[in-house]
Design a protein around this ligand. Structure first.
Ligand SMILES: [Zn+2]
Length: 381
C-alpha cells in the first residue's frame, strides 16, 4: 500500500484562468531583445479579445481541473474580461463571470470571484487615456455601473454553494483614484475582500508618481484601500515606506513567483515583508505553471537569494506550506481554522519525497516537492 499523508490543499489567491491558453504561444520569439511585460500584455489582449462565454468556460475548466489535480483547494479568480469585444455588455452583464464560476463548480474547485474594475488605458497629461481596442471589453463607464454588476453577481452566487464574491480594482493605472475609494467603501460595507495588482512593473510606479505624486501603495493607503480585507498582488518594487504601510494596515501580499519570473517582473523581497510582519499568500496568476509546490519553492528560494543565507522564509515560519494556506484562505474571505479547509492526499513514495523523515515533511513541501506528489483531488466543501 502506498505511504501517504494528508496536507491542507493550497489556496490559489490570484488567478486569471483564461491566460492558461497563452502557454507556449506567449513564448514565441517576436519581441527581440526588448520583449517584456508590455509586449506579453499585447498578446494577452489578443487572446482575451477572442473569447466568448463558451470558450471562456472551456479554458477555465482546463485551468481549474489542473489546479484540483495539483493540490489547490480554492481559487481567487481575478476576473476582468466582462463585456463583448466592442465593450458593450452581454444581455446578462455577468455572463462571463458566470462562465468561470460554472467551470470551477464542474471541476469541484471552490471559487471566490473577484470582479475587477477597469476604466481606462492609463493617464497622461492631466487626463484619462482611452482604452485601447483590446481593453474595451474590460471597461465600465463609471464606478456605479461596475458596483451594480458586482451587486448582481453577489445575488447570483448566494444560492450557489462553493461560489463566493469579493471585489477588485485591476490596478491604479486602470482606474481613477475615486474608484479606489468607492471600491474600498463597498468592500467594508459588505464585509467582502478586495484585491488589486500593484508594484509589478517599474513603469507603473513612474506613471503613478506622475499622476498622483506618490507610489501605488501610498495611493491605496490614502484611498482607504489597504486593510485586513485587502490584498496587494505582486508588491515587488517597494520602498521601506510602502512596506510599513502594508504592515501597519495588515494588508496581505499575494506573490506569484512563476508568473513574475516568466514576465521578467523582478522578485518579491520576501524577507523584508516577513521581517515587517506582512502576511504572504501565493497565486498561479498567468497559469504558466499550475503547481503550488513550485510557487512555494520559488518563494523560499528567492528569500534565500535575497539575504544570501539558507535561513529564509521557511526558517522564519517553520511550516511555510501551512502559512501560505492560512494567509491564502483568509485573504479570499474563506475564514476559519486551517483544519476546516480542504485537504489533499500526497504520495510519500513519489520520487520527490521518497525516503524523507516524516518529521521533515513541512520542510520538504517547500523545497523539493512538486504537484506530481498529489494523489487525490481535494474535496469541495
Ligand atoms: Zn494578475
Amino acid at each position: 500500500m502506498t505511504a501517504r499523508a494528508s496536507i491542507p490543499a493550497m489556496a490559489n489567491a490570484h488567478s486569471h484562468a483564461f491566460q492558461r491558453a497563452l502557454r507556449g504561444r506567449a513564448e514565441r520569439p517576436g519581441g527581440g531583445r526588448d520583449d517584456d511585460f508590455w509586449s506579453w500584455r499585447t498578446e494577452m489582449f489578443r487572446l482575451a479579445g477572442a473569447l466568448d462565454p463558451t470558450t471562456m468556460r472551456m479554458v477555465a475548466r482546463e485551468a481549474y481541473d489542473e489546479m484540483v489535480g495539483a493540490g489547490y483547494g480554492a481559487v481567487g479568480e481575478f476576473h476582468y474580461v466582462h463585456h463583448q469585444p466592442d465593450g458593450s455588455p452581454y444581455p446578462e452583464p455577468n455572463e462571463m463571470a458566470h462562465a468561470v464560476a460554472e467551470a470551477a463548480l464542474e471541476a469541484g474547485l471552490r471559487i471566490v470571484l473577484l470582479p475587477a474594475a477597469y476604466h481606462r488605458g492609463g493617464w497622461s497629461a492631466g487626463s484619462d487615456v482611452a482604452p485601447a481596442p483590446g481593453q474595451r471589453r474590460f471597461c465600465d463607464p463609471d464606478v456605479e455601473t461596475f458596483l451594480a454588476r458586482v451587486e448582481a453577481l453577489r445575488g447570483w452566487a448566494a444560492s450557489r454553494p462553493g461560489v463566493s464574491v469579493g471585489i477588485a480594482a485591476h490596478s491604479v493605472r486602470a482606474v481613477p483614484g475615486g474608484w479606489l475609494e468607492a471600491i474600498a467603501e463597498y468592500s467594508e460595507r459588505h464585509g467582502i475582500v478586495r484585491h488589486i495588482h500593484a508594484h509589478e512593473q517599474r513603469r507603473e510606479l513612474q506613471e503613478c508618481q506622475a499622476e498622483h505624486g506618490c507610489s501605488p501603495i501610498q495611493l491605496l493607503e490614502r484611498a482607504g484601500f489597504l486593510g485586513e480585507r485587502a490584498s496587494v498582488v505582486h508588491g515587488i518594487h517597494v520602498s521601506p515606506e510602502d512596506v510599513a504601510l502594508l504592515a501597519q494596515s495588515s494588508t496581505t501580499v499575494v506573490s506569484c513567483p512563476t508568473t513574475e519570473g516568466n514576465l521578467g517582473d523582478g522578485y518579491l523581497p520576501a524577507m523584508t515583508f516577513a521581517d515587517a510582519g506582512v502576511p504572504l499568500a501565493i497565486g498561479s496568476d498567468s497559469q504558466v505553471r499550475i503547481d503550488p509546490f513550485e510557487e512555494a519553492r520559488e518563494l523560499e528560494t528567492g528569500s534565500r537569494r535575497e539575504r544570501q543565507l539558507r535561513s529564509g522564509l521557511l526558517a522564519a515560519v517553520g511550516d511555510l506550506w501551512a502559512e501560505l494556506c492560512r494567509n491564502g484562505y483568509r485573504c479570499l474571505g474563506l475564514d476559519g481554522e486551517l483544519s476546516d479547509q480542504p485537504t489533499v492526499e500526497i504520495d510519500l513514495e513519489h520520487p520527490d519525497l521518497r525516503g524523507i523523515d516524516g518529521a521533515d515533511l513541512p520542510f520538504a513541501l517547500a523545497t523539493c516537492a512538486s504537484a506530481g506528489v498529489v494523489l487525490q483531488p481535494p474535496p469541495l466543501k
